[in-house]
Design a protein around this ligand. Structure first.
Ligand SMILES: Cc1ncc(COP(=O)(O)O)c(C=O)c1O
Length: 483
């Protein structure tokens, strides 16, 4: 490829990206293609000959765009997903162009050094112990995995077992204590670590999905030996926070390691108005948090934060005779991978683009928008807001005057209608025995007008489905809920 060709390809990419992003506010929020249609669009025999770059990029944009979800659009509330800040995207493009592999500080001193500084910024913003180490991983799933690997190693080291050297076979059993409504990826991480997704002590939670402090104390009282307690900052449906001061005190009294899954909720610590939710979080031992959710870094980006840096390094460290060592911080000592993308640059750029004030404002604004939507939706007599809207999540139950099955079926159809119409995008979940609509306000582009238009679109879809449902299924026979 000549220099001239390179220029043409990269310039074309800018055009495609800019026109896609500029269209986001007006574009429908649902993909305009089904999976089958998208597959058919891409389906082609293995290419035999080289093709020129500019035509490949044009073809990619043409084939892919119809099937993209408008995640960067202002009314996308389907899952907790950020909107890829343009400055972070630009930094990430440079990372790709530079072709850096950030495993070892001698190979890529700049990328490694940048991560060291960004790690310090993150600890400062999140108000976490400054001595903690930070691994730049792909998502909260990997952040939880990395932190729990450190927890596993240290919990066993304290009873004289070296899991890094001797593995788990024959090791003393580890008690893993988890809130009943932990995120599903916690169980994945436990599975990867040989701790078993089901071999856990499950702690009852309250109506908001928060671990009950008394129940935790009760659950761990009879347990002895190595122990890991896993708490949560930001419940996936309610946004609720576990009572960290109590959790840390009770768990530490038993010698346990306390890990926090704070995929999105940990960012409450960076917001003056919401920081109280995460009180006591600083007492815990490790924290997993995403960049690609509330911080708006482009995918993929998350941080595995461990107070005991040596436990972190023992769990993840990679050494080989061909990898130079030294005093420098080697990024591969803190992540599961050796070769990986230089993720620190995009985080560096995104934090600079917002500044501390901008992050504080973003979190506060999204929380206010979530409350605004909840208020607008909650005035409808047959709509119930199931959670205390303390953060950015709203859990909505439709048909609160109907029997469960009828309201669940209508809610599923309402979600499908909302997604089909594309004014906004919401998802669903089962929570507290009911089908709910889940609204996650996690972007930087959503305005009050977007929040209002989305709430109205949800209510309109609900009214339409309810009217259609009355004809389609006999919900007139569904009993009104007893008062
Ligand atoms: C509480 C919580 N933990 C973990 C995850 C997994 O995060 P990721 O998809 O970045 O791996 C999520 C994702 O929504 C989450 O909300």
């Amino acid at each position: 490829m000549t220099d001239q060709d390179w220029r043409a390809v990269l310039a074309d990419v800018v055009e495609h990206a800019v026109s896609y992003r500029e269209g986001a506010p007006r574009r429908r929020h649902n993909p305009q293609q089904s999976y089958a249609e998208a597959r058919a669009a891409f389906d082609a025999p293995t290419p035999e000959r080289a093709q020129d770059g500019a035509s490949i990029v044009a073809e990619l944009a043409r084939l892919a765009e119809p099937g993209l979800a408008n995640i960067i659009g202002p009314r996308f509330f389907g899952w907790v997903m950020g909107q890829s800040h343009p400055t972070g995207v630009a930094a990430d493009w440079l990372v790709s162009a530079w072709g850096q592999n950030v495993g070892n500080a001698h190979a890529t001193p700049t990328a490694s050094a940048c991560e060291e500084v960004v790690a310090r910024w993150l600890l400062d913003l999140l108000d976490l112990p400054p001595e903690s180490s930070v691994g730049f991983v792909s998502g909260a799933t990997m952040a939880n995995f990395t932190c729990l690997a450190a927890a596993r190693g240290e919990a066993l080291r304290r009873v004289g077992w070296d899991v890094e050297a001797d593995g788990l076979v024959g090791a003393p059993p580890i008690h893993v204590v988890v809130g009943e409504e932990a995120h599903s990826t916690i169980f994945s991480a436990l599975r990867y670590l040989g701790l078993g997704a089901k071999r856990i002590v499950s702690v009852p939670v309250d109506q908001q999905g928060r671990m009950r402090a008394g129940a935790l104390a009760q659950a761990i009282a009879p347990l002895n030996g190595p122990m890991i307690v896993i708490a949560q900052a930001g419940h996936i449906n309610s946004g609720g926070f576990d009572p960290f001061s109590h959790v840390a005190e009770a768990a530490h009294a038993k010698g346990a390691w306390v890990h926090v899954d704070g995929a999105f909720g940990l960012w409450a610590r960076a917001c003056k108005d919401r920081a109280h939710l995460g009180q006591g979080l600083e007492l815990c031992d490790s924290w997993g948090v995403d960049g690609h959710k509330w911080l708006q870094t482009p995918y993929d980006s998350a941080y595995a934060i461990v107070r005991d840096a040596s436990a972190h390094r023992r769990a993840m460290g990679i050494s080989a005779s061909y990898l130079p060592e030294g005093e420098e911080r080697h990024p591969a000592d803190f992540t599961p991978e050796l070769s990986r993308r230089a993720r620190g640059f995009a985080t560096w750029a995104t934090i600079k683009a917002f500044g501390r004030e901008g992050i504080d404002d973003l979190v506060q604004r999204d929380c206010a928008l979530a409350r605004r939507m909840a208020e607008r939706l909650g005035v409808a007599p047959d709509v119930e807001i199931l959670n205390d809207v303390v953060l950015n999540q709203v859990a909505l139950r439709l048909g609160s005057d109907l029997e469960g099955e009828a309201s669940d079926a209508l809610t599923v159809r309402t979600i499908a209608r909302i997604q089909r119409e594309g004014v906004c995008f919401v998802g669903g979940a089962h929570w507290r025995g009911r089908q709910i609509i889940r609204i996650s306000v996690c972007g930087m582009n959503t305005t009050e007008a977007d929040a209002d238009a989305s709430a109205d679109a949800i209510l309109d879809a609900w009214r339409a489905e309810r009217a259609a449902g009355a004809e389609r299924i006999d919900i007139s026979g569904a009993l009104p809920r007893s008062p």
